[in-house]
Design a protein. Structure first.
Length: 312
């Protein structure tokens, strides 16, 4: 589908709304201030002053209102498969995970579908490359994303993580199984509507990924692409990444309440210290239940706790 985006000030936007008043349609989407439907163009105006023209007559209609700024997305330095042209404008189901490098907290995976005509809306809701977004901002916009987009989000609690890890599963396998499951859920919810492509934020090469999930009863394979930095290649992955991140933060909130301290992210010294404190206060079983126990942080925390005990 052809589409153009223009940025307008209030005066121009008022003019546009008056001009297309006869074609006005109601569109109850967040951030939308005006929508019109012509025989070959759909026009959507957003609170931010962005106006989206979609359909066969998009260029013709948009040209009446200003110079068209076709956004040329900066190609991030991504490693992975070659994507089709104008990939960022297609209907894509994207997936991403969070929490794999954090001693505390779960692994979460989200998959999220953004159709080509939802791309502007998702941008309007505040989605950018999630690596540029703060946790607070992501918490704010995640509910809108979840309401607007077909998605699936999975949280693997630490107890389950530790159990499958101890049974020999690698993190790669854990992630692959969760991605496959989340993608499957979304495809099911889409009820026959097919994304142009599925894009997985790459954590393993295609062959390794499919080897991890080879025993699964249902394997998502059709039109699947892999790339690193995929959140910069399609907004569906950026949205998935935000939804996964917020699920991780929410579980961290829950675990922090149980621990009685704010659990730090990552796997650094601060994490060792916090873990030692929990160990002394609540014991090993409690600490284990909120961490990825195979990380080196567990042994470091035990050492710190033993030293502190000696000095008591
Ligand atoms: Mn990722």
């Amino acid at each position: 589908m052809s589409q153009s985006v223009l940025q307008m000030d209030k005066a121009k936007l008022d003019k546009l709304m008056a001009h297309y008043a006869a074609f006005n349609v109601v569109r109850n989407a967040p951030g939308v201030v005006f929508a019109a439907k012509l025989p070959d163009v759909a026009i959507t105006a957003y609170k931010s002053g962005k106006v989206l023209f979609q359909g066969g007559g998009a260029l013709r209609e948009a040209a009446n209102w200003g110079t068209i700024d076709t956004p040329t997305p900066k190609k991030p330095h991504a490693k992975g498969e070659t994507l089709p042209e104008r990939f960022s404008e297609l209907s894509v189901l994207g997936s991403d995970e969070t929490g794999t490098g954090d001693f505390f907290g779960p692994v979460t995976v989200a998959a999220c579908f953004v159709s080509s005509d939802q791309i502007e809306l998702v941008r309007e809701l505040g989605v950018k490359d999630s690596k540029q977004l703060t946790d607070d901002w992501m918490r704010q916009i995640a509910p809108d994303l979840q309401a607007a987009l077909v998605h699936s989000v999975l949280t693997l609690p630490n107890e389950k993580y530790n159990e499958v890890q101890a049974s020999g599963w690698s993190q790669g396998k854990i992630k692959a199984l969760l991605h496959n499951q989340a993608l499957k859920h979304v495809l099911r919810k889409l009820n026959g509507e097919k994304p142009d492509y599925i894009l997985i934020d790459q954590f393993a090469e295609r062959g390794i990924y499919y080897n991890h999930i080879k025993s699964e009863p249902e394997i998502v394979r059709e039109n699947v692409l892999f790339s690193t930095k995929a959140e910069g290649l399609h907004i569906a992955v950026a949205a998935a990444s935000i939804i996964a991140r917020v699920a991780f933060l929410e579980e961290m909130d829950r675990l922090s309440a149980i621990a009685g301290v704010r659990l730090p992210k990552g796997a650094g010294k601060v994490v060792d210290e916090a873990a030692a404190k929990i160990l002394l206060k609540s014991g090993e079983a409690t600490l284990k239940s909120m961490t990825k126990w195979h990380f080196a942080n567990a042994q470091k925390a035990k050492k710190i706790a033993a030293m502190k005990n000696k000095h008591l």
